[in-house]
Design a protein around this ligand. Structure first.
Ligand code: AMP
Length: 125
């Protein structure tokens, strides 16, 4: 399936440095920054720097280096924020919305890392 990536989406502008972001972590192929409208005390977005619309596009078209880098960047945020699940009640939730049914707002792949409170139901109406 062809993926129609819009280079003018807001995360593409963040990657190009055209609009500011509150960076948490940066790697060779990925960038993590605080969500502008946090839904939990910790709400970080991790994106690949490459032009991928969603997860499906990414796994089909990205290099192995990019995929590994993205996975490790997510873990890097978890580690940097001290969110690893443990006896102290920490832990986190990863959310990756895709397409209309997933209600994906920004058409550049991103994973949400949410933590700092006990999460509610997994799916809200
Ligand atoms: P989604 O519905 O999965 O596409 O989520 C998009 C997320 O991007 C939302 O949680 C927004 O609050 C967040 N967002 C939109 N613009 C910005 C921005 N300039 N900086 C940081 N987060 C943003």
């Amino acid at each position: 399936m062809p993926y129609d990536y819009d280079p003018e989406n807001i995360f593409a502008k963040i990657v190009r440095g055209e609009i500011p972001n509150d960076t948490v972590l940066e790697t060779a192929h990925s960038l993590a920054f605080n969500d502008i409208g946090p839904q939990a005390p910790v709400h970080v977005l991790v994106i690949p720097k490459g032009p991928y619309v969603n997860w499906d596009h990414f796994v089909a078209a990205a290099s192995a280096d990019e995929v590994l880098d993205f996975a490790r960047a997510i873990h890097g945020v978890v580690e940097a924020k001290g969110l690893e699940p443990g006896a102290d009640g920490q832990g986190y939730r990863l959310i990756m919305n895709a397409g209309e049914a997933g209600v994906q707002e920004v058409q550049h792949l991103h994973v949400h890392i949410l933590s700092g409170k006990t999460m509610g139901r997994m799916v809200c109406d």
